[in-house]
Design a protein around this ligand. Structure first.
Ligand SMILES: [Zn+2]
Length: 411
């Protein structure tokens, strides 16, 4: 989260809806103090004044605005050994949330994330979206989103915004999927208004791997500010976190590890290139190499993946060779990325996490072979987020935007 840099100053009076820059910054500063407090420690207005270095009078006025915005609530607090009337503490409003959604090749998903970043509920619905018109997929997701909105209403939760992640390159401003080869989509502008009934709420579109990287960031230690997230699904995506911020490049397309070439004479790739990492380590590539390709008619990819796990468990050679080859190529791509970006931590998500036992030895050995001087520093991890990573990351980013700019909900 970006830090507020404005100097502490008394808050000027402002007409509603016309919040001055200093007041905007101070609203964010007070909210950051409240959001940053440990959940067990409810801060009073006096505590907030001390921590924010703002005057008590300013804090009282800013807190009044934040209470009105619905982002925070007051709560009675008994301090240790205190008797009698409780003092008043301030916490993020647990009845406010953001909806996160994902469209992937084999499923759609939606979930609610509260202002503290906690996933409250979610649903993953298997659905074949490859080569299906984007409008039809949005209509299906709209139904799932309606169910989530009803679930929120039933629990008195108010949705303040939404985020959607897709496995492709996106133009966030125009809600356009520029290229999603595994969905067969090109230049598809999504009608995201169908996804949230409240039109005034904030909505953002993300690349799936970038969103997953942002979700993973919440699980990292504070000192781990740089890492590469490698998301393995049918396609392979990458999200790069540098100094605790997503590095997305000038057009937002950085980190596309799946289309880094690992076999110059290799197979044709969905991107139009040849020998990309995805052609060796993507889900379909591994299944095909393990003799579990699409030729197995009438069998879903999920069923074929289950068969892959069984084949690996029972030591069947084609499956073990397929995953070892994928691990080797992952090592080649990761070695280059580690050198290019000077990162030593790499987190594997999606189907890679389920393959950890078989993938890790091959990836580690590949790193030692192709990058012996940096292999010793490499920290290879596997994400526990599974298929929820992208929806959590998309929602969490929108929560972050709201907490950084609370004035949007004031006045
Ligand atoms: Zn490619």
């Amino acid at each position: 989260m970006r830090k507020t840099t404005a100097e502490a100053q008394p808050a000027p009076s402002n007409a509603p809806g016309n919040v001055g820059d200093v007041r905007k910054a101070n609203l964010a500063r007070v909210l950051a103090v409240i959001a940053g407090a440990h959940s067990e420690h409810r801060l009073s207005r006096a505590d907030i004044a001390t921590r924010s270095k703002l005057t008590k009078a300013s804090v009282s006025s800013l807190v009044a605005d934040l209470l009105e915005s619905g982002l925070i609530i007051e709560i009675g607090v008994h301090r240790d050994g205190e008797r009698g009337r409780p003092s008043v503490g301030l916490i993020l409003n647990p009845a406010r949330c953001v909806i996160g959604m994902e469209i992937n090749v084999d499923y759609i998903s939606a979930g609610l994330v509260d202002l503290s970043g906690k996933l409250l509920t979610h649903q993953i619905v298997p659905r074949l979206n490859r080569a299906v018109n984007a409008e039809q997929v949005i209509d299906a997701l709209s139904e799932l989103s309606s169910q989530m909105q009803q679930a929120a209403e039933a629990q008195d939760l108010k949705i303040l915004g939404g985020g959607l992640a897709v496995p492709g390159l996106v133009d966030e401003k125009s809600y356009t999927v520029l290229q999603a080869p595994n969905l067969g989509w090109e230049a598809q502008t999504l009608d995201v208004r169908k996804l949230l009934s409240e039109t005034k709420t904030r909505f953002r579109l993300f690349n799936e791997a970038n969103a997953s990287a942002l979700a993973q960031q919440q699980l990292m230690e504070p000192a781990e500010r740089d890492f590469l997230f490698v998301s393995g699904e049918v396609g392979i995506g990458g999200g790069l976190i540098i100094d605790a911020e997503l590095f997305a490049g000038p057009q937002g397309h950085a980190g596309e590890l799946g289309h880094v070439v690992v076999q110059p004479e290799g197979k044709s790739c969905s991107c139009g290139g040849r020998g990309c990492l995805e052609t060796v380590a993507g889900q379909e590539a591994i299944l095909t190499a393990a003799n579990l390709g699409v030729a197995a008619r009438g069998v879903s990819r999920q069923q074929r993946i289950e068969r892959l796990y069984q084949a690996l468990e029972s030591g069947q050679e084609p499956a073990n060779i397929a995953v070892a080859d994928a691990g080797k190529s992952l090592g080649v791509a990761v070695a280059s990325a580690m050198r290019l970006f000077n990162v030593s931590t790499v987190v594997f998500g999606g189907h890679f996490a389920a393959l950890e036992r078989w993938l890790l030895p091959a990836t580690t050995s590949s790193l030692r072979t192709y990058a012996p001087s940096i292999a010793g520093q490499a920290k290879l991890r596997f994400s526990p987020l599974g298929q929820t990573g992208a929806l959590i990351g998309a929602a969490h980013s929108v929560v972050g935007d709201l907490l950084e700019s609370p004035h949007q909900l004031v006045g």
